[in-house]
Design a binder for this molecule. Structure first.
Ligand code: 26V
Length: 833
């Protein structure tokens, strides 16, 4: 019955029957009334059936083999649209395309109806999504745990050049991929106080008398491995008011107050915080973090106890990864569960906790390091505060033993920051509670060891590891650049490279082959034309698809230096104005990215890009040679179109500030050359691609630190560089914003008098490097060769490689293959749930 039923069959014929069935019985529509959205839903349910079947088999195998599981805890999962991804991974794409064509439907158009789940801010959330894809593809037993935000990252509209935020009601029309599991609801407590008591065995115990309880309902989204039978789970928690809600109404009689309380509880999973890298210390955010961690740990323990009766083997069966500090309250929560709920003693509980958790750091920016005020913490999580104090007490004693009399070190390493308003340092908690701490690129890990967590590294050098980030080649090549993927498959003779990305190396044999070069160029050209059409439809800007596409898409942040690119654009513009007949490489500058709603400078940078665009795009002297485009509402889907269309990838952060970057990898894998600093994974990309195939500029991280220590004065650069002066003066004079004078003054002041991110120090080096890139672009053949070499040498940056390293060096887990033709599935009546 598993072979070709309407719910599992893989042929065009069964897909068509299943599709019609779902259209009829789930959407309740016939061909007279069905909309494109109904067709999308019917197809999505058809695909989901095929996944559900595999997911059940996968979960069965994990249970029966008592496999060690990876639990990836992340406040963000930026998974992107799922229809095409699932069709590809489960091996149904061609059949689905045919099936839809037989009905006169265009699969691409249906795919466009899917709302994108924007459950993340940027790099960190997207990394978690790439990791889920690789975990399933490598057949690793794993569950991703997070929050089912009702509103994802805001929709960005541009009005008068400024960013406007619009709520992202992504669940409005329903979500065909998720399955609610109210049967696995768990309870989460907040607030109240603690009481110590002695139990019947004479043991010292603490009970937490909470003020409120909230329920978490899990929603499961299947995560399909690439053409294997593994389907793992992404389990996202949604907050529901406690079940005593109705009772309270009866008893207290204050119906409206009770409803208000219900709404308050359910607010926990309402909205994703749209700030990355800046902390606001908001109570709701701490509630969110504790909520999903408490739900997940209960779930993990429930799963463990199905096969075990003591906690002895817990660290051998569960590897819990903390994606940044957002879930780091898990360290205190696991201690609480083991001690208060399961009556383990402190030392045993602490040993289990430390052997279970590992922590990934994603940022060196001090403003992005999470700290929670002790006041807030104590109010919301009184028992956890006690536990953290106890962890800290024992930890500080350890330091005193190792470094007697070193009070400065004690203050630096403490989990509690003293000073105006005590704060809990979550990075320290995560570090102390974990067996392994990792950075996300070699340079980043070095800086963690030497700067950010230097004291910790000195004490526990064996705890620290590097795990350079990666991206999934399924979404970031196969799905987003099908023409290039086809060329690669034809050239290498199979699609084995999709799961063994190192094999792209073999493309190097084609580097001198003119036919291959021509096909390579034609594919890039066709991707550029597609983006040009999108720009025309979306921005009403006509761009030359033969111009150099110079692309910077990522969150807007001062350290990422989008405004350095703007200084370059103005430089070119000034050169043209001074000599309109100048021979200049035509370029299209394409920007995209969201600014945190409260981040004034980032929002002003967006306005600056749009103001410069307005002037440059319409100046007859420019004669269309330079165009500037700001793509609104940058998202995973927009990235899928933009990366394959880029010639030049802008990775220009101040050295030492970008932990890794992953957009840099997406560009390079799609044949763009990089202009970049020695920051994050750029260093390793350049190493792999070869320095001759990478446009390097700017200070190194060491030079940045030395220059700062010496006393950096940006104003000197302004005075001594005439072109730089001219460029900055054009901003001072309101040339680009005549009707809104003064709006760019904050940017000018920041550059001239502080320049924390050292744009002026890197300006000349950047402009010179850009001139080299422009000259190189004019030699089409040589550029194409460099492009091919970049792709051929990006194998290292597959997230499969990254995940395999985590499995080997941190989690100690093994793959487990899933077979679908198990002769006998256990009867539903006898199977344990
Ligand atoms: C941090 C914070 C801290 C304050 C509260 C709000 C908030 C929200 C999100 C984050 C995460 C920021 C860290 C982050 O996204 N880091 C990025 O991680 C990528 C994956 O490792 C890496 O490639 C980027 O370089 C790094 O910026």
């Amino acid at each position: 019955m598993y072979c070709d039923s309407d719910r599992t069959g893989m042929t065009v014929g069964t897909l068509k029957r299943a599709f019609l069935d779902n259209l009829h019985y789930i959407q309740g529509k016939d061909a007279y009334f069905a909309t494109a959205y109904d067709y999308y839903m019917a197809l999505a349910y058809t695909v989901r059936d095929r996944l559900v079947h595999r997911r059940i088999k996968t979960a069965q195998a994990y249970y029966e083999k008592d496999a060690k599981m990876v639990y990836y805890l992340s406040a963000e999962f930026l998974i992107g649209r799922l229809l095409l991804n699932n069709l590809i991974n489960v091996g149904l794409y061609e059949q689905a395309k045919q099936a839809m064509a037989d009905f006169g439907l265009d699969l691409t158009e249906l795919m466009d109806r899917e709302a994108e789940p924007g459950l993340g801010n940027g790099g960190l959330g997207r990394l978690a999504a790439c990791f889920l894809d690789s975990l399933a593809t490598l057949e690793i037993p794993a569950i991703g745990y997070g929050i089912r935000y009702e509103f994802g990252i805001f929709e960005q509209q541009i009005s008068g050049g400024w960013q406007q935020e619009v709520p992202d009601n992504w669940l409005r029309f329903g979500n065909p991929w998720e399955i609610a599991r109210p049967d696995y609801n768990v309870e989460v407590k907040f607030g109240g106080h603690t009481e110590a008591f002695t139990d019947a065995q004479g043991r010292y115990r603490v009970r937490w008398i909470a003020e409120t309880t909230v329920f978490g309902t899990p929603y499961d989204t299947p995560v399909a491995g690439y053409k294997n039978n593994t389907v793992n789970t992404l389990r996202l928690w949604s907050a529901r008011a406690g079940e005593d809600f109705n009772l309270q109404v009866f008893n207290a009689g204050d119906y409206t107050q009770a409803v208000a309380n219900k709404t308050f509880s359910e607010n926990i999973s309402k909205v994703l915080y749209p700030a990355d890298q800046t902390l606001q210390g908001k109570e709701l955010r701490l509630r969110q973090q504790y909520f999903f961690v408490a739900c997940s740990l209960q779930d993990i323990i429930r799963l463990y106890l199905r096969n075990h009766s003591t906690f002895e083997a817990f660290p051998d069966k569960a590897a819990i990864q903390l994606n940044d500090t957002h879930p780091s309250i898990g360290v205190a929560e696991l201690m609480r569960l083991l001690i208060d709920e399961h009556q383990l003693n402190w030392d045993v509980a602490w040993d289990i906790t430390q052997r279970t958790f590992a922590y990934t750091n994603h940022t060196l920016l001090s403003e992005a390091l999470e700290r929670w005020s002790v006041d807030l913490f104590g109010r919301l999580l009184p028992r956890h505060l006690e536990i953290i104090y106890e962890i800290n007490y024992r930890f500080l004693n350890e330091i005193r033993l190792r470094y007697p009399g070193n009070t400065a070190r004690l203050a630096r390493m403490s989990l509690v920051e003293e000073g105006n308003g005590k704060q809990i340092r979550m990075a320290h908690l995560a570090c102390v509670g974990s067996h392994t701490v990792n950075g996300v690129a070699e340079l980043h890990t070095d800086l963690i060891k030497q700067e950010l967590l230097r004291d910790f590294y000195e004490m526990y050098p064996e705890k620290f590891q590097n795990k350079t980030n990666g991206i999934t080649p399924r979404r970031w090549l196969l799905l987003s650049n099908p023409q290039l993927a086809t060329l690669i498959t034809e050239t290498l003779g199979s699609e084995h490279w999709v799961t063994h990305l190192d094999e792209l190396q073999q493309l190097e044999t084609q580097i001198e082959n003119p036919t291959f070069q021509a096909r390579w160029q034609a594919i890039k050209q066709s991707n550029k034309e597609r983006l040009a059409e999108y720009i025309w439809r979306n921005n009403q800007i006509e761009v030359d698809p033969y111009s150099l596409f110079d692309v910077q898409i990522k969150r807007i942040h001062e350290y990422k230096r989008q405004h350095l690119c703007v200084l370059h654009i103005i430089t070119l513009y000034e050169q043209i104005k001074a000599n309109p007949a100048i021979d200049i490489q035509p370029r299209t500058f394409i920007f995209g990215g969201k600014a945190a709603p409260g981040y004034f400078m980032a929002k002003t940078i967006i306005k600056l890009i749009n103001s410069v665009a307005e002037m440059v795009n319409h100046d007859p002297d420019v004669a269309g040679r330079i165009k500037v485009v700001f793509l609104n509402n940058y998202s995973v889907s927009l990235g899928e179109m933009a990366y394959p269309a880029a010639d030049l990838s802008e990775q220009v952060s101040t050295a030492g500030k970008e932990a890794s970057g992953t957009g840099n990898m997406k560009f390079a894998l799609n044949g763009a050359l990089t202009i970049g600093t020695l920051d994050g994974a750029n260093v390793e990309i350049r190493q792999e691609a070869g320095p001759e195939n990478f446009f390097l500029f700017g200070l190194t991280a060491q030079e940045v630190m030395s220059l700062k220590a010496e006393g950096y004065n940006p104003y000197d650069y302004y005075l001594s560089n005439p072109m730089l002066k001219k460029v900055i003066d054009s901003l001072i004079s309101d040339y680009f914003n005549p009707r809104e004078p003064g709006i760019f003054q904050p940017i000018v002041n920041s550059l001239l008098y502080h320049d924390e991110y050292m744009l002026l120090a890197d300006y000349q080096s950047y402009v010179d490097c850009q001139a080299k890139a422009a000259a190189a672009f004019r030699d089409k053949t040589h550029w194409t060769k460099m492009s091919i070499l970049n792709v051929a040498r990006m194998g290292k940056f597959s997230s499969d490689r990254t995940i395999w390293e985590y499995c080997q060096d941190i989690w100690r887990v093994e793959p487990l293959s899933i077979t679908l033709d198990v002769p006998q599935a256990p009867s539903p009546l006898t199977a344990r749930v």
